[in-house]
Write a new protein. Structure first.
Lengths: 83, 224
């Protein structure tokens, strides 16, 4: 999972001496089927049956900049992981 | 070749500085884009990719549409509206499309008149307004391009900020679209108003945009 994260997103999970891989398992991230994808420029949004994730295009391919995202009545999504 | 350059130096000069300005805009816009991408935890892109991006497209189109709107309005409004004392205006009493005799159309066409000026009918009517129509059509095309490229750039920003993208109708009613549009329009309208008013009292020796230096401030429709 950590390999799919954008560098800043993976770094945001590294705290208190714990590495990304140890932290990410404790998060409530979706794993359902993809129900819709939108690509705009160098950014994308994927809706899963149980989650919404945001991505950015990197030289090595698309990386997740935010995951475990819940829409809010106003303003940005509230995400479990974000860059 | 030298004669061609001399005969067309005004157009060639402005096309030349257009290209230089576009190169400058491309390079500075590319650096600005990459700075912003890093701030928003994204990746830098190549210059070629930037040149084909909607961000570059909207930045170009939003300025083009306002310039062509300016000329479209100026060409059509100066048919009907006057500014006493300005060389940009017709003389008082000549407002309107004027007679066929004044405009050398139909049976009043001369030997050197363009063919469509002489034939009349629909083609003649279109040709008689072709300058303003061309400016108006390029304005509309550029404004449409601004809305399409602007929506892509805006939605990329929305996603970078973890917000939902918007539809085309959502974008053309958004603050971003109208802020981009109106900030360009206001500067064009100011420039035209300034040109019409300043040219009453100020002169530029040798320029057809000015009255001859010694011409009265009251003289209207006289170009140097």
């Amino acid at each position: 999972m950590c390999g799919a994260l954008a560098p800043d997103a993976a770094e945001s999970l590294e705290s208190g001496g714990k590495q990304c891989a140890a932290q990410v398992t404790g998060l409530d991230l979706g794993s359902g089927a993809i129900t819709g994808v939108q690509v705009w420029g160098e950014r994308a949004q994927a809706h899963l049956s149980d989650d919404t994730v945001f991505l950015a295009r990197f030289p090595g391919g698309w990386k997740v900049t935010a995951a475990g995202c819940e829409p809010q009545p106003k303003g940005p999504y509230d995400c479990e992981v974000e860059a | 070749m030298r004669r061609f350059v001399r005969d067309n130096s005004l157009t060639l000069f402005f096309l030349g500085i257009l290209l230089l300005a576009l190169v400058g805009q491309a390079l500075s816009g590319w650096h600005e884009y990459n700075n912003q991408a890093l701030v928003q935890s994204g990746a830098e892109i190549s210059l070629l990719r930037y040149l084909s991006s909607s961000q570059f497209g909207v930045d170009v189109a939003e300025n083009w549409q306002s310039e062509y709107l300016q000329f479209f309005l100026y060409i059509f409004m100066t048919v009907w509206l006057l500014q006493r004392g300005s060389p940009e205006s017709k003389s008082p009493g000549r407002a309107g499309e004027e007679s066929d005799q004044d405009q050398h159309v139909g049976r009043h066409a001369t030997g050197g008149s363009p063919r469509w000026a002489a034939i009349g009918g629909l083609r003649g009517a279109v040709f008689a307004r072709s300058l303003g129509l061309a400016m108006g059509l390029i304005f509309l095309a550029s404004w449409l391009a601004q809305s399409i490229a602007g929506r892509v750039a805006y939605n990329a920003e929305q996603l970078a900020d973890y917000q939902d993208p918007v539809s085309w109708t959502g974008y053309v009613t958004s603050a971003d679209f109208w802020n981009r549009t109106l900030q360009n329009w206001q500067s064009e309208f100011l420039a035209v108003a300034s040109m019409a008013a300043f040219s009453i009292y100020l002169r530029q020796r040798g320029s057809p945009e000015s009255k001859p230096v010694g011409t009265s401030h009251e003289a209207t429709g006289i170009e140097g």
